[in-house]
Ligand binder design. Structure first.
Ligand code: SF4
Length: 211
């Protein structure tokens, strides 16, 4: 079986197992999603969701984030970790949004990654969830499972993204990323993957090796 065919089969199985996937971050607007995704670096979605209601109540627009003292942003996002950097990035991101994009979150990867604190992963989350524009999101689950399944031999997220873009049809890029995230939380966990219960174990080289 070719790798492409293998990826197609695994994609179909995961789609059936997780028919209804969506980002776990709470948001009401593309801007809120952008901020929530920046906050989700090195932090759980659950923790971000516990912080954002109060954050967006106090600061609801790019202008408000641009004008806010860093100390206030830091105080509001403190429990998401790395709060000095995140506050600085969010403040700079809001300013750049106002200066370069009229305060509107852009809809292209090229424009999004020019914003401070926004890498390809954050940009692809925003494109997929807020605008329905497909993008491969390489987070810790996606990089780990793509490696185990033999979809990539790379460790650099940008290269993993390229490998997956070749294997997965474009229309499925966002959903496939989410399928791997759900799968990673559910069965193909970092420390102890549950290979005996895995619906794709027959197609997984990691499973063969571990037996
Ligand atoms: S067989 Fe094991 S390592 Fe392979 S995808 Fe399934 S759970 Fe992950």
């Amino acid at each position: 079986m070719t790798l492409k065919k293998q990826a197609d089969t695994i994609r179909t199985i995961l789609k059936a197992r997780y028919p209804d996937v969506k980002t776990q971050l709470d948001y009401h607007t593309p801007f809120e999603l952008l901020i929530a995704t920046i906050l989700s670096a090195q932090c759980t979605d659950k923790q971000v969701n516990s912080v954002t209601p109060k954050l967006f109540q106090k600061l609801s627009t790019p202008q408000a984030f641009a004008d806010a003292p860093l100390e206030l942003i830091e105080e509001l996002i403190h429990s998401t970790g790395f709060y000095h950097n995140k506050a600085k990035n969010i403040n700079a991101c809001a300013k750049a949004l106002l200066e370069n994009y009229g305060g509107i979150v852009p809809k292209t990867l090229e424009e999004l990654v020019k914003l401070p604190g926004v890498g390809r992963k954050t940009a692809n989350v925003v494109l997929g969830a807020a605008f329905g524009i497909p993008g491969i999101v390489v987070d810790t689950h996606v990089s780990r499972i793509a490696g185990r399944l033999g979809f990539t031999a790379q460790s650099d997220p940008a290269k993993i993204e390229q490998d997956l873009m070749k294997l997965i049809p474009k229309k499925d890029w966002s959903d496939f990323s989410l399928h791997l995230v759900y799968f990673g939380r559910d069965l193909c966990k970092a420390r102890k993957p549950d290979c005996p219960a895995c619906p794709v174990s027959e197609l997984c080289p990691y499973s063969e090796k571990s037996q």
